[in-house]
Design a protein around this ligand. Structure first.
Ligand code: NAD
Length: 452
């Protein structure tokens, strides 16, 4: 048995039995056996089952949110919002089975039509920062498209996935359609990647592990989608509403204690506005409430683990000066204060690597061309923001930044109805929106000879 810890207290929250290769193979076999019947469930019935599942999750929302808040160390208000998104994901994709998806194409001597067929057994491998939310972005479209799944949660945060498996069964999802296997990435994850009966891996996690998964999947020509790391730019022009940009910037990095692939951890500020922006930013960072995840007012909790805290600390005091430092509790818990480095060069390690903690780098820029060049000077391309009152410039810069998800005068990234995913080494494939369904189906073309 291994202990699952509560990062705010460093106490054990639960014990789980990690699976090995044999248990993983058994889960894949269950999923494979369940596939023919699940894909044959009539569209309206599959839609109804997914709606029932959404309702069941909704009913368990507070319990799931509390479990997630305790296990990840995230503020309970955030965890509640995330569970809302889990419910919304299932409601959104519940509409998919009854939506038309094919084409009819007139061709010589007959007609061709296309169908979108499910893939079979899909392996879902997810990280610890948004455990059930990210799982739901994969589960909902995969199940709606008629696949069966084996879900591997991260070692540090398996609890809501286990609850989900139980809720799915109770909601009437047939046995074997959803299988959760808890265990090490190098054992369970790797086996799913290698397994000949797994048709696809949908992965969210680090770029390093994602690279290994793409390599491993090549042996069986498995389909792969990868949602990986980020080092996104929050570009603030001098003509922006600086008060609003500065008020919003802290949570664009420090939400989930900075353990967010969409974190806008490089804040690019036009030189003439740096002083005004930093004054407003300091006020906003100092007002942040860092503390007990289960307190209603808490905005930032601890980091996930001692190892993560050590890694985050290694970026502070290295190249750039610490300009702003917020507060964090003393004593037990993996706390780290919200920290802003300024001025940072885009060549500094803090600006190049994904820190995955509450450390923001402020990088001054001269003009629009330099802002675009610096924003794109990274191996990543996941999210980003542009703050300006000049609409034409906003669109020009949005088109020029090599990134999958951008916001203008806002720092939000994720909506159930819009595609989410990365450019460059932030991955490939898209989750959410109608696009996700393409990644859980194959296109089949059928030619019907009509004789004329
Ligand atoms: P990780 O890559 O270490 O682990 C992710 C998952 O992969 C875990 O379940 C882990 O057990 C498993 N895994 C590890 N080694 C494996 C292997 N060899 N084969 C198969 N599976 C393996 O990532 P993490 O530390 O859990 O999460 C943090 C990372 O996730 C960050 O880099 C972050 O940017 C990224 N992330 C990306 C997104 C996105 O949508 N782009 C969202 C959240 C997190």
């Amino acid at each position: 048995m291994t202990q699952v810890l509560e990062p705010a207290t460093e106490e054990a929250l639960a014990e789980v039995a990690p699976a090995g290769v044999e248990e993983t193979d058994a889960a894949v076999a269950r999923a494979k056996a369940a596939f023919p019947a699940w894909r044959a469930v009539q569209p309206g019935d599959r839609a109804a089952l997914l709606r029932r599942l959404a309702d069941a999750i909704d009913g368990a929302r507070e319990r799931l949110a509390t479990l997630e808040a305790r296990n990840v160390g995230k503020p309970i208000s955030d965890a509640r919002g995330e569970m809302g998104m889990v419910v919304d994901s299932f409601r959104y994709y519940a509409g998919a089975p009854e939506r038309p998806t094919g084409d009819t194409i007139p061709v010589a001597g007959g007609v061709a039509m296309t169908f979108r067929e499910p893939l079979g057994v899909v392996g879902l491998i997810v990280p610890w920062n948004f455990p059930l939310t990210i799982a739901s972005w994969k589960l909902a479209p995969a199940l709606a498209a008629g696949n069966t799944v084996v879900l591997k949660p991260a070692e540090l945060t398996p609890l809501t996935a286990l609850e989900f498996e139980r809720i799915a069964l109770e909601a009437g999802i047939p046995e074997g359609v959803v299988n959760v296997v808890v265990g090490a990435g190098r054992v369970v994850g790797q086996r799913l990647v290698e397994h000949p009966d797994v048709a696809k891996i949908a992965f969210t996690g680090s770029t390093e592990v994602g690279r290994g998964i793409a390599e491993g999947a090549a042996a069986t020509i498995k389909r792969v989608t990868l949602e990986l790391g980020g080092k996104s730019a929050n570009v603030v022009f001098a003509d922006a509403d600086l008060e609003q940009a500065a008020a919003s910037a802290p949570m664009a990095v420090f939400a989930n204690a900075g353990q967010d692939c969409c974190a806008r951890s490089r804040i690019l500020v036009e030189r003439s506005a740096v002083d005004r922006f930093m004054d407003a930013l300091e006020e906003a960072v100092e007002a942040l409430r860092v503390g007990d995840p289960l307190e209603e007012e808490t905005e930032m909790g601890p980091l996930i683990s001692a190892a993560q805290r050590e890694k985050v600390a290694s970026y502070v005091g290295e190249d750039a000066p610490v300009a702003i430092r917020g507060s964090a509790p003393d004593g037990k818990g993996y706390w780290f204060p919200p920290t802003v480095l300024c001025p940072v060069s885009n060549d500094d390690r803090a600006a190049r690597e994904e820190i995955f903690g509450p450390v923001a780098s402020v990088i001054p820029f001269r003009d629009e061309a330099e802002a675009i060049r610096v924003a794109n000077d990274t191996i990543y391309g996941l999210s980003g923001s542009i703050w300006t009152r000049d609409g034409a410039r906003a669109l020009r810069v949005a088109r020029a930044i090599e990134s999958g998800v951008l916001s203008v005068n806002s720092n939000t990234s994720v909506r159930v109805a819009t595609p989410f995913g990365g450019f460059k080494q932030s991955g490939y494939g898209r989750e959410l929106g109608p696009h996700a369904l393409d990644h859980y189906t194959e296109v089949k073309s059928v030619y019907y000879a009509t004789g004329s």
